[in-house]
Design a binder for this molecule. Structure first.
Ligand code: CUA
Length: 351
């Protein structure tokens, strides 16, 4: 009996040491990014609780197993039978009861955190988020005449209610599933096509973050990113004013007229003339519908899909004779929203 107690004390101490070591290793491997929202602290506490529980259970099982192997293995020359016993009521109650308590505690704790981070708050800024099947995120601000943006701008410390949905290339097409995830905000929401989801976040840290798609949604999944800017209220007001005046300037224009403006703003016309002369790249005059010879000897008819690919991924299909010209890829999300207008403009440039 005295011997049993000694074994238990030693194993108990080893379990405590093992728990601490496992916890340190776990939190180092699964280090969380900076916490940039009010929701993050409650979620991080829940993470800490889970990590502690996982470290303890891992240590409990591994220590008792290894300790038994070393302390109770057969000694040299000992051929006697082991002690025969039937069950151990106290142990069975313990290993049934303790996990039950742990699961119930974590269940209640998790529910409280969920209630906490989904609670409706006053003065919420509503932002509609659309994940397109073309792997683009779009943001709409109903509070500001449904202002559209390709980047997510948020004022610091104001609660935000995101209304999330997945759509096709346009709103009336079928979309594919995506997932809205800003790791620094700690929130993540799967978007099933045809549903609208609520997510609430109060950004608490000024800085630039990144929205990622966390659902494998096709070939462009890895590139389905959007910049997130959390700024002061004054900077946010400035951004809204500028974006609204830009939107107003473009509002009365046709897609062709907008495309003509984008072509100047984005620098396209520096290399592509609209009068047939060759500057750096092929001229846009009469380009649409023409058959082009590519550098690999194949030909392609210039249609909308070809123009789209050529703007988004210019090195994929190069027109023969232009192999040495490197066209810059339109990198910003704002540029991607302009592509349709630029294509409309190119279509209008008939000979
Ligand atoms: Cu959208 Cu992955």
């Amino acid at each position: 009996m005295k011997d049993n107690r000694r074994h238990l004390v030693i194993a108990g101490v080893l379990v405590i040491v093992g728990t601490v070591v496992a916890y340190i290793v776990l939190t180092a491997i699964y280090a969380l990014p900076v916490a940039a929202s009010a929701e993050a602290s409650a979620i991080d506490q829940l993470f800490t609780g889970h990590f502690a529980m996982i470290a303890f259970l891992f240590s409990l099982i591994i220590v008792f197993m290894l300790y038994s192997i070393f302390a109770f293995s057969r000694r040299e020359g000992d051929d006697s039978d082991g002690v025969h016993f039937h069950g151990n009521t106290a142990l069975e109650i313990a290993w049934t009861g303790l996990p039950l308590v742990a699961v119930v505690v974590f269940g209640i704790w998790g529910q409280q955190v969920l209630d906490d981070i989904t609670a409706v708050e006053s003065n919420e800024l509503t932002v509609e988020v659309v994940g397109r099947s073309t792997w683009v995120w779009e943001f709409y601000y109903p509070e500001f005449d449904n202002l559209r943006s390709a980047e997510l701008w948020l004022p610091v410390n104001r609660p935000v209610r995101f209304l999330l949905r997945a759509e096709g290339a346009t709103d009336d097409q079928l979309g594919v599933n995506h997932a809205f995830w800003v790791p620094e905000f700690r929130v993540k929401r799967d978007l099933i096509e045809g549903q609208v989801y609520d997510v609430r976040v109060t950004p608490t840290m000024i800085g630039d973050f990144r929205l990622r798609c966390a659902e494998l949604c096709g070939t462009g999944h890895a590139a389905m990113l959007a910049e997130v800017h959390v700024v002061s209220q004054a900077d946010f007001d400035d951004w809204v004013a500028e974006a609204r005046s830009n939107a107003a300037a473009l509002a009365g224009l046709t897609p062709e007229e907008r495309g003509a403006r984008h072509a100047i703003d984005s620098g396209c016309v520096g290399c592509h003339s609209i009068d047939g002369t060759v500057v750096v790249g092929p001229s846009w005059l009469g380009l649409f519908g023409r058959e082009e010879m590519l550098s690999d000897g194949t030909t392609v008819v210039v249609d909308e899909a070809y123009l789209y690919d050529s703007i988004v991924n210019p090195q994929a299909q190069i027109v023969a004779g232009y192999e040495s010209q490197l066209m810059p890829v339109l990198l910003t999300d704002d540029d991607r929203l302009k592509v349709d207008d630029i294509i409309a403009y190119i279509k209008s440039l008939e000979e």
